[in-house]
Write a protein that binds this ligand. Structure first.
Ligand SMILES: [Zn+2]
Length: 326
């Protein structure tokens, strides 16, 4: 019988549950709105109840669940998993979740930052298979990288990640503030909210673009409207992604020099723009990077696992303990 674990991807908006096997295949899935604006005991209590029902269903079908892995959109500290830097789930700040989870599920539980989970899953089951050194950059509401190597597994030194890598400075002349309080950070220039702001500013300036019509019809814009418009030849949308690709190329050149990846993978909603970003990223890296490092970079690709990576990576901490986090 397949060895199975439940991966729980706790997002700011939705909590996704997936029953995952050791090959990274999802056998069942569910999504629930993440409880908001409640005391931490209640937030965790509702998530626990959803998992218990999901596990009960699997067990009723004769499946055995080895344990539960949790991917969270922030960091945690200490043996009780005290929640830190909880920008998307402020009610959990400072709350120790491990005792509650251990009481509900026993000791077969694990917790990891969501991007680290996505990195592990992409390396084990996605584009990173067989690669010596992979760097995943997730570009969504936030921006950050995860690095996994054959030799070391997940590269981690600040909590269980490479640190707050979306805050690398790529535009020292930037005027506006980043959410971190700094200026010129990658995240403040290429995240989904940053691209949306840029598009709204172009519309405001009266530029001729499909985006203005979409905004007029729907009242708002999303980052994915920009890649759709760019794909159909809209010059303003194309310029927005070109500029984002330039800043990504600047950051990725620095990451290339530090982490020496053979493969760069683009994840997150904005990463789905694919070739529209990869072309300007390549152009920028070819101009800026050390040829020695660049010659060892074999490819830049879009994530194979997309939004499933977090849950698959969290489950793999139960199914292959010690394999990727050493
Ligand atoms: Zn910042």
């Amino acid at each position: 019988m397949d060895q199975l674990a439940i991966g729980v991807d706790i997002g700011g908006t939705n909590t996704k549950l997936a029953l995952v096997d050791a090959r990274g295949t999802i056998h069942a899935r569910q999504s629930h709105p993440t409880p908001r604006d409640l005391p931490p005991q209640q937030v965790v209590g509702e998530i626990v109840a959803a998992i218990q029902a999901f596990r009960g269903q699997a067990e009723a079908e004769g499946r055995r669940v080895e344990g539960i892995g949790f991917a969270i959109p922030h960091f945690f500290d200490g043996p009780d998993w005290v929640q830190c830097q909880t920008n998307n789930m402020p009610s959990l700040e400072g709350y120790p979740v491990r005792p509650t989870l251990a009481q509900a599920f026993g000791e077969s539980i694990a917790m990891i930052n969501d991007l680290s989970a996505a990195g592990i899953a992409e390396y084990a089951f996605g584009r990173g298979q067989g690669t010596e050194r992979m760097l995943l950059i997730a570009i969504g509401t936030g921006v950050a990288i995860s690095v996994v190597t054959r030799e070391q597994g997940l590269v981690h030194y600040s909590w269980d990640s490479t640190g707050d890598t979306g805050m690398i400075i790529v535009d020292p002349s930037a005027e506006s503030l980043c959410t971190c309080g700094g200026r010129g950070c990658l995240e403040s220039l290429v995240s989904a909210p940053a691209l949306r702001r840029r598009a709204l500013a172009e519309i405001e300036r009266g530029k001729d673009t499909q985006l203005a019509r979409i905004k007029a019809e729907r009242g708002d814009l999303e980052a994915r409207d920009i890649s759709q418009a760019a794909r159909s030849g809209d010059a303003v949308a194309g310029d927005i992604l070109d500029r984002a690709g330039f800043f990504l190329g600047v950051a990725l050149t620095s990451y290339l020099h530090i982490f020496r990846p053979n493969l760069i993978v683009l994840g997150g909603g904005v990463g789905q723009a694919g070739s529209l970003l990869i072309a300007p990223i390549r152009r920028t890296m070819e101009r800026l990077a050390s040829p020695w490092y660049l010659s060892r970079l074999q490819g830049i690709e879009v994530s194979a696992l997309g939004q499933d990576g977090q849950a698959i990576g969290a489950a793999s901490l139960i199914l292959q303990p010690g394999r990727y986090i050493r």
